[in-house]
Design a protein around this ligand. Structure first.
Ligand code: A2P
Length: 222
């Protein structure tokens, strides 16, 4: 492999600072702990397990690994389409290593992933690749019509055998339903915010107070 290719990272993104990582992990754990005790969740349990008699412990169901981050561009060491163009963008070069405040506005859970939605500011959108949503259309067709930044998320956990990039697809699916006018079935007002069900095991908790997360724009070589 030529050195020029290996000089591109696995991915670029915002890496949450250690203190806020702990806070976000705790919030996510609290949410999962509460969710799997709710009657409404138990009613839809077959979405999560074929054995409806069995209880699901969501904290065990999802595996977490690595530092919490919001991927901007997955480069795959230069093999991904548009990787070099992204790395060469003036905003990427200029803002590399800078601190940001990300706004985590919602938590979502599906049978595949648990994640946090990141609502990007205008400034932060300058680091968002123009085709991030379009790259997802083979999985979520409606992604083509969603605004830039819709896919921005922090993966908090994946079910066994599920790849982390699934978290962004799961978020796009929920946002596509909202765009079609489906509000989701309001299930409960929780301390953290309002919980809605979107069918097929998809749950969205809109946070009453968005979590402000300090993060550094950087890259991971892995
Ligand atoms: P995500 O951003 O949803 O967490 P991996 O561990 O599979 O090498 O991935 C490293 C990071 O890059 C993960 O955070 C992952 O998902 C993201 N990622 C992996 N593949 C892709 C892809 N094809 N498109 C966008 N992001 C990806």
């Amino acid at each position: 492999v030529p050195l020029e290719e290996t000089s591109l990272p696995l991915f670029f993104g915002w890496f949450l600072l250690p203190g806020i990582q702990d806070k976000v992990r705790c919030t996510s754990m609290d949410f999962l702990k509460t969710l799997d005790t709710l009657e409404a969740f138990k009613k839809h349990l077959p979405d999560f397990t074929v054995d409806a008699e069995k209880e699901v412990d969501l904290e065990q169901y999802f595996q977490t690994n690595g530092a919490l981050h919001c991927t901007t561009k997955f480069c795959d060491y230069g093999k991904a389409e548009g990787a070099k163009e992204y790395a060469d963008k003036p905003a990427v070069k200029e803002l590399y290593g800078s601190a940001f405040e990300l706004s985590l506005s919602a938590l979502f859970v599906t049978p595949r992933t648990v994640g946090a939605r990141v609502s990007l500011s205008e400034d932060q959108l300058t680091l968002w690749p123009a085709d991030a949503e379009k790259e997802a259309v083979s999985v979520v067709p409606a992604a083509a019509t969603l605004p830039a930044g819709s896919r921005a998320h922090v993966t908090l956990g994946c079910a066994e055998g599920v790849e982390p990039q699934q978290t962004g697809f799961d978020l796009l699916e929920i946002l596509a339903l909202q765009q079609e006018g489906q509000e989701g079935e309001l299930v409960e007002e929780m301390e953290l915010g309002s919980l809605a069900y979107y069918g097929k095991g998809r749950w969205l908790l809109s946070l009453r107070e968005p979590v402000s997360a300090q993060a550094c724009f950087s890259s991971l070589y892995g």
